[in-house]
Design a protein. Structure first.
Length: 298
């Protein structure tokens, strides 16, 4: 949800749409620096979240941050911006910050994974008392981005010695773009079995629910409205009714309409409502699927 008018307005928009979980940007996603959070707005945000019962709330980090870079200036700027994202999330009492792992600017993917882990380690050392998690988002694999294989995410966690402050975000569009089959029943089962084996379902903190404009293996990140892309409705129904994922927050990042709110009002976005209503319809009753080695309730 947009934070236009102040971060607390995002909560009002979420309530208007009947949301149960929420993702925000705490500053402009395409800028390095953001205005400091206003104390009164922070207090209003936390108060409204408590009253709404919306849980969890996460932020998404700026798209400019690249923790995988080996270029000194960009690396220094990225780590500083990343620490600022964690500070903002902590001030707002968010679960954590969702962040794309990064893009190789030199060297191998393994080199990039070590650089990402080192950047996260630096942030943790700089903010030892912070509680906000780092939630690594699985990527579509465009260009030289890393994080499009479960093995990449597992390697970063391994370099951080399994830190409990690191979680994972899966994106349904990114999964099929990266080549994972969550469309067929067998492919879905195999995909989550691989995730559980390599990372563990207990690390999965949020899910981005997006259909895809491009087919499996395209490595192109183009979101589509739920049920209207290459995924269709069935994968979302399967996820929503998987008992192992009961309670897992699903956040949509689908296209919004061009409709603008009138000054001083909070209005629902028809595209958001359509996508949310589709997911609510698909959720229905949860049924039991075979349990894996990870039985932690999410």
């Amino acid at each position: 949800m947009s934070v236009a008018g102040g971060v607390s307005k995002a909560v009002e928009r979420a309530v208007a749409h009947g949301c149960e979980a929420l993702q925000i940007f705490t500053k402009n996603a395409n800028q390095w620096r953001g205005r400091p959070l206003d104390l009164a707005e922070v207090e209003a945000f936390r108060r409204r979240i408590d009253r709404s019962g919306i849980r969890p709330v996460v932020s998404h980090a700026s798209y400019l941050i690249n923790l995988a870079t080996s270029r000194p200036a960009l690396r220094e700027q990225s780590i500083a911006a990343f620490i600022d994202e964690l500070d903002r999330a902590d001030a707002l009492a968010l679960l954590g910050v969702v962040i794309h792992p990064g893009t190789c600017t030199a060297g191998t993917e393994d080199d990039a994974l070590r650089l990402i882990a080192d950047a996260i380690r630096q942030a943790f050392r700089a903010r030892r008392r912070r509680r906000a998690m780092v939630i690594l988002e699985h990527t579509a694999g465009q260009g030289r981005t890393v994080g499009y294989r479960f093995e990449h995410l597992a390697a970063i966690i391994g370099h951080l010695r399994g830190s409990a402050r690191v979680g994972i975000c899966l994106d349904t569009c990114h999964l099929i773009a990266a080549g994972y089959d969550i469309i067929t029943e067998t492919g879905y089962r195999d995909t989550f079995a691989a995730f559980d084996r390599l990372i563990g379902l207990d690390r999965l903190k949020v899910l981005h629910a997006n259909d895809s404009k491009r087919p499996r293996g395209s490595r192109v990140d183009r979101h589509e409205h739920i049920g209207r892309g290459c995924l269709g409705e069935e994968p979302f129904r399967r996820i929503l009714r998987d008992r192992r994922l009961a309670g897992l927050p699903m956040l949509i990042e689908t296209e919004k309409s061009r409709r603008r709110e009138k000054a001083g009002t909070i209005e629902t976005d028809p595209f958001d409502m359509r996508n949310l209503d589709t997911l609510r319809r698909l959720r229905g009753a949860i049924h039991s699927l075979p349990r894996s080695s990870a039985t932690t309730t999410l």
